[in-house]
Design a protein around this ligand. Structure first.
Ligand code: SF4
Length: 326
């Protein structure tokens, strides 16, 4: 079990949150297992890990897009229901939103951009149509598009523009908490920085709180206050973003940092790196003990017998789940 990990008066808090997918025949995917993570108001927490680590599933379970299997989600201290009713969705959509990974797939091709951006206001508020149109026009401008873009369709836009449309769609309801699920990984490198900078500006001007899911550690370090590292559905390390990036403690974080190219040679030398073998194993039949034991270059006998818990190091803000630090 991961130890609860709290910030002061968190805006959103997962407590031992788990999400399983039943496959039938008694088998189930342990996509998210016993994850505790608190996000403070106006904080950006970066969530990193390889594909299949459970990052997106955690984000969607946190927002109620997937019903949770166990644990709790609190919003401003209020425990949210395990399965949302339409009324819950209507109420919570104004507080919590998601920006999706794939701007190509997440926009309805039969709706105009103006209809897409204004849909949340139509569904979740009683605003009159002229006011909705006014706000849509303001948001088009705010994300760097123009008023006449509102009457066009998604296929007429580039990937970066479509993600700007996705950002406007998520933020027009003025949510406090936004899960950004790999918001730039489907974009050309040349436009990734533009979209990240736009998110940073909007975070500052709107006072947003973000969970920023990505696999590019240097980008996550750049935008995040804290970084949380997920492996096979569990958190293995949490700490200040710079500290986790430049002084990784968990062998899996060392692997991730070491495999993430760093353009600055000085920063490259400042990092530690270890070699790990193999790929992330199946989340269906998870062996006992540390989930990383099969790939860890520092594995010990105890690692295959006992599951390490997230434990504070000397710096109480850094938590690591590894027997090396027990
Ligand atoms: Fe490696 Fe053991 Fe630490 Fe797991 S608990 S990361 S196997 S040293």
């Amino acid at each position: 079990m991961n130890s609860p990990q709290r910030a002061n008066a968190p805006l959103v808090e997962a407590e031992q949150l788990s999400k399983y997918f039943d496959l039938g025949g008694g088998q189930r995917v342990h996509a998210v297992e016993d994850v505790s993570l608190a996000v403070a108001p106006r904080e950006i927490v970066g969530l990193v890990g390889e594909s299949g680590s459970g990052k997106s599933t955690f984000g969607k379970t946190l927002l109620g897009l997937y019903p949770k299997s166990a644990g709790r989600v609190r919003y401003r201290g209020e425990a949210l229901p395990g399965r949302y009713s339409p009324a819950d969705f209507r109420r919570l959509a104004k507080k919590m939103q998601m920006i999706f990974q794939d701007p190509y797939a997440s926009l309805n091709p039969r709706m105009t951009v103006g209809e897409i951006i204004g849909e949340g206001l139509r569904l979740h508020t009683d605003l009159p149509k002229p006011e909705i149109n006014r706000r849509v026009a303001a948001w088009l401008d705010r994300v760097g598009l123009t008023g006449d873009h509102g009457s066009r369709y998604p296929h007429e836009f580039s990937g970066g523009q479509r993600q700007r449309i996705g950002i406007a769609r998520a933020l027009i309801l003025e949510p406090e908490f936004v899960v950004c699920d790999e918001p730039v990984s489907a974009l050309d490198v040349s436009v990734q920085a533009q979209v990240v900078n736009l998110l940073g500006e909007l975070k500052e001007s709107l006072g947003l709180t973000l969970l920023f899911i990505a696999h590019d550690l240097s980008m996550v370090r750049h935008v995040s206050d804290r970084m949380a590292v997920m492996y096979l559905g569990s958190l293995v390390e949490i700490g200040a973003a710079d500290a986790v990036y430049f002084e990784p403690k968990h062998p899996y974080t060392e692997l991730l940092v070491g495999s993430n190219p760093e353009p600055d040679p000085k920063a490259e030398r400042a990092r530690g790196a270890v070699e790990a073998q193999g790929e992330i194993p199946s989340p269906v039949n998870i062996p006992p003990g540390c989930r990383f034991a099969g790939r860890c270059p520092k594995v010990m006998d105890i690692c295959r017998q006992s599951t390490p818990e997230l434990t504070p190091l000397r710096d109480a803000n850094r938590l690591v789940a590894c027997h090396l630090y027990a």
